[in-house]
Design a protein around this ligand. Structure first.
Ligand code: KMH
Ligand code: ZN
Length: 310
């Protein structure tokens, strides 16, 4: 792993996993999503990871029109690196998921490195009252959900976005996904330094035990040597524990309401910035400092905001 004392904090402000009835603080409209991202950047996030939603009912929306007001507002209001999702919702096909990143040509886009079961239905135990029928349905339907990211899908995203100079947040949810990334490295389809985002605690992926973190880090170290920057995200209540483990090992962190709605036991986070501020304290306790957006651009070899199409 490439070691840096500076920490790149990514904040994923809304995602496609949580639903509006789960938290009144989940950003849904373009105004809420862009305000959340600006707030996260002001709190210290160098990168904001963006999804869009239908402003009326909060459904994931991967249309160019859905992203347009968000990226336009962010370009005007923050210097943070905009990372546009190509994961979209795990229920969508890759042709739909790639649309906003192919159109807006961001500096950074997410890329999911393998297919796996994506079980959201355990959240039905915690949340029972939903304002919109699609919310319960989404959780129920995840019993039979495979988040499809075949070699062909990955190669498609890689080649379309690479030709426009977009680099990637490689999302790896299990050990095999690191090997898939190594396969694309061997084929020359991805270039170091790789920005490897290891994801812990999705039902269907690796767990969030410290040994799971160790396994992912050691495997990535063996496969990529000093050719990668490591970042980690823990879902749900594991968020800050995983962040601390990653920070102590020299990694970067991702927080945000996409992956965790909470700020403490039984206490909903009132904003994305609140989680960024919390992880900043952990960063300081670990003797590390925050990377600015421009420092993140330099480390990750990004093309710069001026070269995007928004
Ligand atoms: N919520 C993450 C675990 C993507 O946007 O490409 C999944 C994600 C996928 O971030
Ligand atoms: Zn995402």
């Amino acid at each position: 792993m490439r070691l840096e004392n500076k920490v790149i904090v990514t904040c994923a402000v809304t995602g496609a996993i949580h639903t509006p009835s789960m938290s009144p603080y989940l950003p849904v409209t373009p105004e809420q999503i862009s305000a959340a991202a600006v707030g996260a950047a002001e709190a210290g996030a160098a990168i904001v990871h963006i999804h869009a939603r239908d402003p009326v009912d909060g459904r994931p929306d991967q249309s160019i029109a859905g992203f347009q007001p968000i990226v336009t507002a962010l370009r005007a209001r923050t210097n943070a690196v905009l990372n546009i999702t190509t994961g979209g919702s795990p229920f969508m096909f890759v042709e739909e998921r790639i649309l906003p990143a192919a159109h807006f040509k961001p500096e950074l886009a997410s890329l999911n490195m393998g297919s796996f079961n994506f079980g959201l239905y355990p959240m039905l135990q915690r949340f029972q009252d939903f304002r919109f029928s699609w919310e319960r349905q989404l959780l129920e339907d995840s019993r039979d959900l495979i988040f499809r990211n075949t070699f062909q899908d990955i190669e498609y995203v890689l080649t379309v976005l690479r030709d426009q100079g977009t680099r990637f947040e490689f999302e790896c949810y299990d050990v095999g996904h690191l090997y898939n990334l190594a396969h694309f490295l061997d084929r020359g389809l991805v270039q170091p330094p790789l920005f490897v985002q290891t994801v812990f605690g999705i039902l269907g992926g690796i767990g969030s035990h410290p040994e799971d973190v160790e396994t992912m880090l050691r495997t990535a170290d063996r496969l990529f040597g000093d050719g990668f920057f490591w970042s980690a995200l823990g879902t749900g209540k594991s968020q800050m524990e995983i962040a601390k483990l990653a920070l102590l090992e020299g990694g970067f962190v991702r927080v945000g309401l996409e992956d965790n709605l909470w700020i403490g036991p039984g206490q909903l986070a009132r904003s994305n910035a609140e989680q960024v501020n919390k992880v900043r304290q952990v960063i300081a306790e670990c003797g590390r400092t925050l990377a600015t957006a421009d420092e993140a651009r330099e480390m990750l070899c990004l093309k710069g905001a001026a070269a995007t199409s928004f």
